[in-house]
Design a protein around this ligand. Sequence first.
Ligand SMILES: *Cc1c(COP(=O)(O)O)cnc(C)c1O
Length: 404
Amino acid sequence: MSNEDDYLAERLAVLAEAELDTRAVRAGQVRTAEGEHSEPIFTTSSYVFASAAEAAARFSGEQAGNVYSRYTNPTVRTFEERIAALEGGEMAVATSSGMAAILSTCMALLSAGDHIVCSRSVFGTTTVLLNKFMAKLGVETTFVAPTDYEGWHAALRPETKLLLVETPSNPLADIVDIARLAAMSKEQGSHLVVDNCFCTPALQTPLALGADIVVHSATKYLDGQGRCVGGAVVGRAEQMEEVLGFIRSAGPSMSPFNAWVFLKGLETLRLRMEAHSANALALAQWLSEQKGIDKVYYAGLPEHPGHQLAKQQQRAFGGVLSFEVAGGRDAAWRFIDATRLVSITANLGDAKTTIVHPGTTTHGRLTPEQRAESGIGDNLIRVAVGLEAVEDLKRDMQRGLDAL
Ligand SMILES: *Cc1c(COP(=O)(O)O)cnc(C)c1O
């Protein structure tokens, strides 16, 4: 081994033992001969070989290395290694969006006739993907209440191959016991997939709790400033090679530019997640004391049914909260329309605070009965708390309260 190889091997060993903050800043970077300090963006679709023989060896897989950016790209690889290091997974595969991460996981692991059990409180488009498109391919899904463990168990069938959950749930912040579902999944011989979008590895590492696979919408907190759409799948190498195989053949790959933006986002992830969480906790406490607010849903509040579990399972409570205003849909809309600082949009995971009426937007496709079953009232408002000064956010919420 050359001195340079020794140096690289020693650096890798140091990083393997490093804490989360260090991995978030350093993992995955391999400097080029230019000696750049910041990670470069490799905007190249293909790669050049030294000879025809090398080209043949790369194409056959005999020799490791880049061939084409639909499969591998150095900037994307740096992002993959960094998110794998943060989640504590053997390998990560980057995707063009969070939905592509979920689709690629399903396509890699499932065949016609297989069955999925999914929390009914997952991202709306996930429900559409499973109900409409996976069903078309012969994969059926049963939806269960997120914290009804008997319900999860009762939904299992011999052909159940995948359990899918989000915790905290959206928008009511139900906290699901990942270790408990992991044990159930193991007994069943299925894969537990956790969508870790709301917590990110800064607050929660599902693989350490027994989950098999983590999926991400990098679009949210991993970016953190609402610039790019992307996703990731993290887990054991054996399954991730299958996911990569699907990406390679189907093409929902991450662009190198987006990978670079997410890399920069990861460097500040923990600091941001703690600030989001601190702002959300302060706002949740304040809202719960205001006249005109019937109920606040945030696991950081001691009265929330998931409070104790969230304290065990998460390092902080996250940035998303919901609340019910006194009145119905009209009151909720008046509250939202009276704000002047926060943004009326369904996105989350941004430095900018967002506010939305779930019943007529993110959960508008559900029937009134399904909404009632999921506890999403007409008077419910969701706020994804950003990084503005919390006093200004309170003043903006006061404008909403004054309009009730
Ligand atoms: C946004 C989101 C997704 C989908 O991600 P995209 O990047 O928009 O495709 C999946 N899961 C959760 C929890 C999300 O919030």
